[in-house]
Design a protein around this ligand. Structure first.
Ligand SMILES: [Zn+2]
Ligand SMILES: [Zn+2]
Length: 258
């Protein structure tokens, strides 16, 4: 009889935000979806190998931006989704996973930083948060020494975008025939939204020609984070990430940012 795993290790592989510019059926009213991809493996003492990961198990859950105005809202949503997957077992691991995902979404994509209005137009591109987790279940603590649990490191590139799009179309019942560009100014299909970690933090010098204000909120930079785009325009970190939820180009010069 197979032994019941006594150890669970959850590794957050990747969290990414995408914009999905797609005509969905009119009953899809939400601003976005969280897509969970979970790979799982069980290692027991009788196994000759380390146990291969299963292909990803998928879960998707809708969300609305106006229900995510604080970091705590984001954490509550993430925990709720983790619970609903019914895939995870050890409470301490679940809480740590939820915290990691929340921190990343807040820091890198500025979710949960103030009240947002939902996308008013049902045809607006949807926000897609893709979370990838590896789960390892081990029957005895002693086995941990024998297997390379932490074997994937930080170089994991994440699931292929084409694969994610096919998954989304399946999960949300979107036939290929219905694919029409919605917002003509944006690329069709799935596009990754750049996170704050892909931009250069900047230090402002007196006399810089942007006059010390962020062109999105028209407020100064003193005491706030400032980030420089490739086109050399500068914005507050949370201002530019929130802009990028909806648009892919610099608000000043329209050059593409991804
Ligand atoms: Zn700003
Ligand atoms: Zn620019």
């Amino acid at each position: 009889m197979a032994s019941i795993p006594s150890v669970e290790i959850l590794q957050l592989q990747k969290v990414r935000l995408f914009s999905w510019n797609m005509r969905l059926s009119s009953d899809v009213q939400e601003d976005g979806q969280i897509l969970f991809l979970i790979k799982s493996r069980t290692i027991d003492s009788t196994a000759t190998s380390n146990g291969e990961f299963t292909g990803p198990i998928r879960f998707n859950f809708p969300f609305n931006l106006d229900s995510l105005s604080t970091k705590n809202d984001v954490k509550k949503l993430v925990r709720k989704i983790i619970r609903q997957t019914k895939q995870f077992k050890v409470l301490r691991e679940i809480f740590a996973l939820a915290n990691n995902i929340t921190e990343f979404l807040v820091k890198n994509y500025s979710l949960g930083l103030g009240l947002e209005t939902s996308f008013s137009n049902p045809d607006s591109p949807k926000l897609i948060i893709v979370v990838e987790v590896n789960q390892t279940l081990v029957s005895e603590v002693g086995i941990l020494d024998k297997v390379g649990i932490l074997d994937q490191g930080n170089n994991y590139e994440g699931a292929n975008e084409g694969f994610i799009e096919i998954l989304l179309r399946n999960l949300m019942n979107v036939p290929v025939s219905s694919l029409k560009p919605v917002d003509g100014s944006e690329r069709m299909g799935l596009t990754q939204v750049p996170g704050l970690d892909s931009f250069q933090p900047c230090e402002l010098m007196a006399g810089d020609d942007h006059e010390g204000t962020c062109a999105i909120c028209l407020e100064g930079f003193s005491g706030n984070s400032c980030f420089k785009m490739r086109c050399s325009h500068v914005f507050h970190g949370d201002c530019i990430t929130k802009w990028l939820w909806r648009k892919r180009s610099c608000p000043m010069c329209r050059s593409r940012l991804s």
